[in-house]
Design a protein around this ligand. Structure first.
Ligand SMILES: *Cc1c(COP(=O)(O)O)cnc(C)c1O
Length: 464
């Protein structure tokens, strides 16, 4: 299997090169030439497998250029950092099914992908006798998950910018208390937008980028999508084994990465997965796409589910490619139009096609808090505000689904968002063992002004 660009202007590449490339060199996103689909006897086999075994089988289909034994080792290592043998267990408080994706080292679902990506990068660099310096900006979860993905790796240094004093205390501590020498935290005296602008400016300096082997770790990397496909398959087949005809999912959505993995899984194990509920907070560009057939940029609103506060969903172009019948020319045209006007509108036929895949609801902050409270009062189970957006969307839309089970994705552990949870249930959630006493650990970071040249100097001094 080889990978092509949504914009159609690259020669097909193998999985390893697709992962190294990140963004396609023509500005598009990488996708498999054809999405695989497995038959019923494979489903019978898969539904008896443990998580890691299943991950190996699924990933092999998409990464035939990686030797099986190597892939197996990378998967074993990646998920040995999780604190439960099931990796992504399903809890069933009250009437709900909650897929807990927060058992990794930073307690957010991003660990599922970034643990794998870090190990994969490190292996590939080793075989190529190469090294890399990862540079990124974060407003929260991605930074810590990326740091935990590569900490201690000899051929990778990582530089993460965060806006000083503007990420939650827990999130900042998760990044700054990592003792490994290859981790460099930069607290920028400015906003998240400043951080992103600095990173972008540095990446745009192509000779600097080449000289320091700069790499990105953002949500458009195909390996991240692929690692996430696994838990949809795992969870859906678990219910199939128990007799469910079909399984739906509710997915708290920001950049469309997680739910796009759900779409790939839906095609892979057809017809086991039914609809995907695309749950958004007040930043509802994607809900308006599903419900009204209009994809239109708005203003970003800050909410209590900050990892979903986006107005341009960076992975959406991947879905567009399929919606447009795999015609790159149409993708290019639509993306140009979006850049020019901030808007793409869809035909009735396209709208109907999207409705076959998705339902959607936008949940405001009051309803999010009420949802956390109601579930806690019913069952004693505590969810984080991102997960609550998905649960609330499910409650609102369940009458539009058949009676088959709906799995709600829990994308973060509630202890990462103590203020929002306390607002709902009157107390802060309990912390798992690995987070206890994090305030008392030694912190490592530098504070720099919001200046491209100062950040560049710092990277130069500390790069591999
Ligand atoms: C990143 C994130 C999301 C959104 O996922 P996307 O792949 O960007 O749609 C939801 N919840 C949490 C906790 C996250 O960290």
């Amino acid at each position: 299997m080889r990978y092509i660009s949504t914009r159609g202007k690259i020669e097909p590449v193998e999985f390893s090169n697709a992962v190294m490339m990140g963004l396609a060199t023509d500005g598009g996103l990488l996708l498999p030439e054809n999405l695989p689909r497995v038959n019923a006897s494979v489903l019978d086999e898969w539904q008896d497998m443990e998580y890691q075994e299943l991950a190996l089988d699924v990933m092999k289909l998409f990464a035939p250029d990686v030797p099986g034994q190597i892939l197996k080792g990378l998967i074993t290592r990646s998920y040995s950092s999780f604190d439960t043998p099931e990796i992504t267990p399903i809890a069933s408080p009250g009437e709900y099914l909650i897929l807990e994706l927060f058992h990794g080292p930073t307690l957010a679902f991003k660990d599922v992908a970034l643990q794998f990506l870090g190990n994969f990068f490190s292996w590939l660099l080793e075989t190529r006798h190469d090294h890399m310096n990862i540079l990124g900006a974060t407003s929260g979860d991605t930074g810590s998950a990326a740091i935990y993905g590569v900490k201690g790796k000899e051929n990778i240094n990582i530089f993460i910018l965060h806006p000083k004093g503007r990420v939650s205390e827990v999130q900042a501590l998760q990044m700054t208390t990592v003792p490994d020498r290859n981790v460099f935290n930069i607290a920028v005296e400015g906003t998240f937008d400043d951080c992103q602008a600095i990173v972008k400016a540095i990446f745009n300096d192509l000779s600097f980028k080449e000289r320091y082997r700069l790499g990105a770790i953002n949500s458009i990397n195909w390996a991240r999508v692929l690692a996430q496909v696994v838990y949809y398959v795992y969870a859906a087949l678990k219910l199939r084994k128990e007799g469910a005809e079909q399984v739906h999912f509710s997915v708290p959505t920001g950049n469309f990465g997680d739910i796009f993995a759900g779409y790939v899984a839906k095609r892979l194990i057809k017809p086991v997965i039914g609809r995907l509920i695309l749950a958004t907070n007040e930043n509802n560009i994607l809900t308006r796409f599903v419900m009204e057939g209009i994809y239109e940029r708005g203003k970003v609103v800050s909410t209590i589910s900050p990892s979903m506060d986006i107005q341009i969903a960076s992975n959406f172009e991947r879905y567009l490619y399929y919606l447009y019948g795999q015609e790159p020319g149409r993708v290019v045209k639509a993306m140009k139009e979006f850049e020019r006007t901030g808007r793409i509108s869809f035909s009735e036929k396209e709208k109907l096609a999207a409705h076959k895949d998705f339902l959607s609801a936008s949940i405001d902050q009051e309803e999010t808090v009420d949802t956390i409270r109601a579930l806690y009062e019913d069952s004693g189970y505590v969810i984080d505000p991102h997960t609550a957006v998905g649960v609330a969307a499910y409650k609102r839309l369940k009458d539009q689904l058949d009676g088959n089970p709906v799995i709600c994705l829990a994308t973060a552990h509630p202890c990462k968002f103590p203020e929002a949870v306390a607002r709902a249930i009157g107390k802060e959630p309990k912390r798992p063992e690995k987070m206890k006493g994090i305030e008392d650990r030694q912190q490592r970071l530098v504070v720099l002004p919001a200046s491209v040249s100062r950040v560049k100097d710092y990277v130069m001094q500390n790069a591999l």
